[in-house]
Design a protein around this ligand. Structure first.
Ligand code: IP8
Length: 266
């Protein structure tokens, strides 16, 4: 039997948490997004979320996305434990909202199935995602602190998890849900327009990080992940989670305003 279409959605930390206050969710937005994900006729989903203000400030403070100094850093493991606990607090809220919205989410943290090597993904066992999906659940994972076989531990972004899962599962589309309408291009008459179709030239012109403290590459890191996803034959979009209904339309395959990286022929 043909499998029902699968969509991977990453809820960006920028849209589900408040940037200004440390470690608070945007409760109303999170609730609405959960309802859009669990509405009637939704496809099979894998849901990922970023760390936002629950994870990035601590990751910056304890330098978790950098190599430790040669003499070692006595605060690194303590800092990593705090960040790991904080992102789990956010994760609990995301899973609860999905349950309350009528979904069948199940938590699949990558800390148990992924390792980094010098801050980059070394390996991710996608088996647990496959098995939970086959059993009719919606696996939910998040950007996390993982073991690093060179640095002890480091950060794995949900953007990287999205790319790796796209390689394993070839979903219909991967959607990045953000607090912006799309990737903003270079200014024209003082205004930066949303780039409807991403290309390597546009992505190379983006500055590495914009806005709140972000250890995983900000909008540029996301745009790079989108191009990589398109390169393996899957459509990738960056849409706003602040526009009512955009996510619900996008998961059903409708064309939604935002930035898109078109799938290369498989
Ligand atoms: O927000 C970062 O994940 P992201 C994870 O998906 C931590 O890039 C712990 C900062």
């Amino acid at each position: 039997m043909e499998e029902a279409p699968l969509v991977i959605v990453k809820l960006g930390g920028s849209v589900i948490t408040r940037k200004s206050d440390e470690a608070r969710t945007r409760a109303k937005v999170l609730r609405r997004l959960a309802e859009e994900l669990c509405g009637p006729g939704a496809p099979r989903l894998i849901v990922l979320h970023g760390a936002g203000s629950f994870g990035h400030p601590g990751a910056v403070r304890w330098h978790l996305a950098e190599a430790p100094p040669p003499q070692g850093d006595p605060h690194r493991t303590r800092g990593a434990a705090i960040v790991s606990a904080e992102v789990r607090r956010l994760h609990g809220e995301v899973v609860k909202e999905l349950v309350d919205a009528g979904g069948r989410p199940v938590s699949v943290p990558v800390a148990g199935v992924a390792t980094n090597r010098a801050g980059k993904l070394g390996g991710l066992d996608t088996g647990p995602f496959r098995r939970w999906l086959s059993a009719g659940f919606t696996p939910v994972s998040f950007g996390d602190v993982v073991l690093d076989d060179r640095w002890g531990c480091s950060i794995l972004s949900a953007d990287t998890i999205a790319l790796e899962l796209a390689r394993a599962f070839h979903p219909e589309r991967v959607l990045f849900v953000s607090d912006v309408m799309g990737v903003l291009g270079p200014p024209i008459r003082g205004k930066r327009p949303v780039v409807a179709e991403l290309s390597p030239e546009v992505v190379n012109s983006l500055s590495p990080t914009v806005g709140a403290p972000d250890v995983t590459g900000g909008i540029r890191g996301k745009a790079e992940a989108m191009l990589a996803i398109a390169g393996i034959g899957t459509l990738a979009g960056l849409i706003s989670g602040l526009s009512d209904g955009a996510l619900s339309r996008a998961i059903r395959g409708e064309a939604v305003y935002g930035s898109w990286a078109k799938a290369a022929a498989r």
